[in-house]
Design a protein around this ligand. Sequence first.
Ligand SMILES: [Zn+2]
Ligand SMILES: [Zn+2]
Length: 149
Amino acid sequence: MTNKYSESYMLEAIHESHRSHCAKIQVGCIGVSENGMVVGRGANRSPSDIVPCTVKLCKAYFDANESCPVVHSEIDMLIGMGRTPRLYAVYITRYPCVKCALALSVAGCEILYYLTPNQKPWDIPSGFSMEMMLAELSKEKSDDQNTDV
Ligand SMILES: [Zn+2]
Ligand SMILES: [Zn+2]
C-alpha cells in the first residue's frame, strides 16, 4: 500500500456525510486516485424522486426490519464519477456493507479506510486492502449491515 492514510480526506468524507438524506445514519465517502487527487464524493442519499427521510421519516427510522430508501454513499459516489482517473483509495465514515465493498473493488479501489464508531479521523493507523476487507466482510452475516445506510 503506497497511499498513506490522510486525516484530511476523512474530514472531507465527514463533510460529505452532511449531505445525507437519512434521518438515522449519515454516511459520507471520498474517492482518491493513486496520486492523491479527489475523484469522487458520496453520501447516503435518496434517489431524486423519493422524499428524503430527513423531510418525512421513513419506516426504517422506527423499525429495524425496514430499510431506508437511500442509496449507499459508496454507490452515490460511483454514480457521480467518471471512469478516469482511476479510483485507488476510498475513505468512508462508517464500515461498508459487502455489496458496496464489492462495487468499490470492481471500480478499482485498492485501499479502504473507514471509521469505527469510536474512532476520530486522526486515530486511524493504517488502511485495509480490498482483499482483507472482502475476506473480513464475507465472514460476517450477510444481513449484518444495517439496511438503512
Ligand atoms: Zn430513512
Ligand atoms: Zn453499502
